[in-house]
Design a protein. Structure first.
Length: 259
């Protein structure tokens, strides 16, 4: 007869002592039986966190990028739209990133929390400038070492996510590639106050926002039609097709006892 430890090693499941009624002839006794621990998992349906996250990202990034492309506005203009950027690109995107945890979407968690934090930083900075707590901007392309430093971790995280997106779909790869390129150019641009480099970064950000808007449309059409039509391709990568519709992460994070 196998011991409890041997059964645990053989089944890969922990055992627990379960009181069981045992009848021997006319005599009933209570015995202890080793049985596998049964775990019940309740799944809560969630909308795609990145649908809201990318929509918020588009709205705020479009405003800020076209401003730095010099399409409109002057040095005082950010003081008129920073609330919108703070709430959509900042708070809205940050919240959608947090909802990536129950949705078990690591990409959504990382991208939206990091970029949501950036837009919260940008909005609060413009708020402090508007209230006089920070020096007012005299030139939108002036040297801003602090902003260049903030873009450094954003650049690294976005490039990492861009590489990881090759296991998902081309639409996401394009969005993250444009975003990573913009972040890469923004660092020397703001560090040196180079208007040409800042404008180049802004155009990459603008294209990234349009790519994000396209993916939002795919999410919404998918919800309404139940499938992605051919005229809205996202181009699934070969690795994504191999995963199937249900992929079980290693050790089931959030479910395995002790995690």
């Amino acid at each position: 007869m196998m011991s409890a430890a041997d059964m645990e090693r053989a089944t890969g499941r922990r055992l627990e002592d379960v009181p069981t009624q045992v009848k021997t002839g006319s005599v009933e006794t209570i015995g202890i039986v080793k049985q596998p621990i049964e775990t019940t998992i309740f799944l809560r349906p969630l909308a795609f966190p990145s649908c809201l996250g990318l929509a918020c990202f588009f709205a705020s990034t479009w405003l800020v990028s076209t401003y730095y492309c010099d399409w409109w506005g002057g040095v005082t203009t950010p003081g008129q739209f920073f609330w919108f950027v703070l709430m959509t690109g900042g708070v809205g995107q940050f919240i959608s990133g947090l909802y990536g945890f129950p949705a078990r979407d690591n990409m959504a968690c990382v991208i939206h929390v990091f970029w949501g934090s950036f837009f919260i930083y940008y909005g609060l900075t413009e708020l402090l400038k508007a209230t006089g707590s920070l020096p007012a901007t005299t030139d939108k392309y002036e040297t801003n070492v602090g902003l260049a430093l903030v873009f450094s971790p954003l650049m690294a995280i976005t490039w990492v996510c861009c590489i990881a997106a090759f296991t998902r779909e081309a639409a996401l790869v394009v969005t993250l590639f444009l975003l990573a390129m913009g972040s890469t150019l923004a660092i020397p641009g703001f560090d040196n106050g180079n208007s040409a480099t800042i404008k180049a970064a802004a155009y990459f950000f603008m294209l990234a926002s349009l790519a994000a808007l396209y993916r939002v449309m795919v999410y919404l059409v998918l919800e309404g039609w139940g499938q992605i039509p051919r005229w809205l391709p996202v181009v699934k990568m070969p690795w994504e097709k191999l995963r199937g519709h249900v992929a079980i992460p290693i050790n089931e994070p959030g479910i395995k006892k002790g995690q």
